[in-house]
Design a protein around this ligand. Structure first.
Ligand SMILES: NC(=O)c1ccc[n+]([C@@H]2O[C@H](COP(=O)([O-])OP(=O)(O)OC[C@H]3O[C@@H](n4cnc5c(N)ncnc54)[C@H](OP(=O)(O)O)[C@@H]3O)[C@@H](O)[C@H]2O)c1
Length: 352
């Protein structure tokens, strides 16, 4: 894949040429020093009014800029990443615990603080930040998410944007890297242990490989993908890339793993290759004990800890080479995500 010839350092491509939204659709913004804010109290964004398939998404140029609570900051969103939870949510799969539509979707973003609530201590106007704006992904996630020009976020969910990353790269990280980290933490991974990642090339899997190696000190990481993504697995640090289109994990490894991290819904396979007393983390599909599932919690504190590894280059954001879409192309971006073949993350950038 051309992605892997370019650079082993940052797996992000420059965004495609900017296709401007119709200027008449753009919210009036004022620029004053490094601040950008809505003058009209209105903003542009994607919204859905009822649950359904992709056709429920519509672009609205007259959304209200969200109100900022005392513990929140208002962020001018520069880039936002998509996650499978976004489409599962607008399909109505989490109706019972969701806030009812209308909803601006989106969990991940990177941007600039333009206003701070009275209790905010860590951030000030002009700070470049990133984060997952909904503390619990499935429990009353935000009605005003990140696929809009502005979003209001509790400061405890945010961290400073790593200085070496651009907004696109930073936006690609929060939900996926927090899921990778929390899953490995819950699995009690420790130095010298082995890990198998089922689905190592996806948004979460590509970070599980790196977090397992660099944050938890795993001694050996195996991972599965289709043929074209094996080189990506190697570049991310996988010691043992496995082509699932040609080989069955349970037949070829000849070894068992301390932790199996399943991002694709193969708990049955995971249980065959985990050591006795080991842990099986399951993100999707059927869960067979002792495999366990969890739902990620957004934490600025964890992002701050992970910033050390991002800033020293040990952990790299992985943005799909065909996965940077314009703000006007959110439907196309979701169509691509729903195919389930992304290499790393899909990002909407720039959001202006
Ligand atoms: N519980 C939670 O808190 C939580 C948090 C985040 C995500 N999730 C869930 O976890 C799942 C993964 O999320 P994601 O963001 O990583 O998705 P994603 O980026 O869309 O995953 C796409 C990747 O899956 C790989 N893949 C598909 N089938 C595979 C197979 N049979 N074996 C190996 N790899 C396979 C694809 O690689 P190939 O093209 O090479 O097949 C592709 O790289 C989703 O269901 C999501 O909803 C749950």
């Amino acid at each position: 894949m051309e992605l892997f010839h370019l650079t082993p350092i940052i797996f992000s491509f420059p965004p495609k040429p900017i296709i401007s939204l119709n200027p008449s659709l753009a919210v009036k913004v004022c620029r004053r020093s490094n601040r950008v804010f809505s003058q009209s109290g209105l903003m542009s964004g994607w919204v859905y009014d009822e649950y359904g398939e992709l056709s429920v998404l519509r672009f609205d140029k007259e959304l209200s800029v969200p109100h900022v609570e005392d513990d929140q900051v208002l962020v001018k969103v520069a880039a936002a990443a998509l996650n499978p939870v976004d489409f599962k949510r607008f399909q109505g799969k989490f109706k019972k615990s969701d806030s009812p539509p209308p909803t601006v979707p989106g969990y991940d973003m990177a941007g600039v603080v333009v206003k701070v609530g009275s209790e905010v201590r860590q951030f000030k106007e002009g700070d470049e930040i990133y984060g997952d704006v909904s503390e619990k992904a499935l429990d009353k996630p935000k009605k005003f998410g990140t696929l809009a020009q502005y979003t209001a976020v509790e400061e405890k969910l945010l961290a400073a944007k790593p200085a070496n990353l651009d907004f696109t790269q930073a936006a690609s990280l929060p939900l996926a890297i927090l899921t990778a980290y929390e899953g490995l933490q819950r699995a009690n991974l420790s130095t010298g242990k082995s890990v198998l990642v089922l689905g190592g090339a996806g948004g979460v899997g590509s970070l599980v490989i790196q977090v397992a190696k660099h944050v938890f000190g795993a001694s050996r990481v195996a991972a599965t993908s289709s043929t074209g993504k094996l080189e990506l697995l190697r570049t991310l640090g996988a010691d043992f890339p496995i082509d699932y289109t040609k080989e069955k994990v349970e037949e070829i490894t000849g070894e068992k793993f301390d932790v199996v991290y399943d991002t694709v819904g193969q708990c049955d396979i995971a249980l065959k290759v985990v050591k006795e007393g080991g842990a099986v983390v399951v993100l999707t599909g059927a869960v067979i004990p002792p495999g366990f599932r969890f739902v990620v919690t957004s934490k600025g504190e964890s992002l701050r800890m992970l910033n050390t590894y991002l800033e020293n280059g040990k952990i790299k954001p992985v943005v799909d080479p065909n996965g940077v879409f314009q703000f006007s192309e959110v439907v196309e971006a979701f169509t691509y995500l729903q195919q389930g073949r992304a290499a790393g993350k899909i990002v909407i950038s720039p959001i202006m």
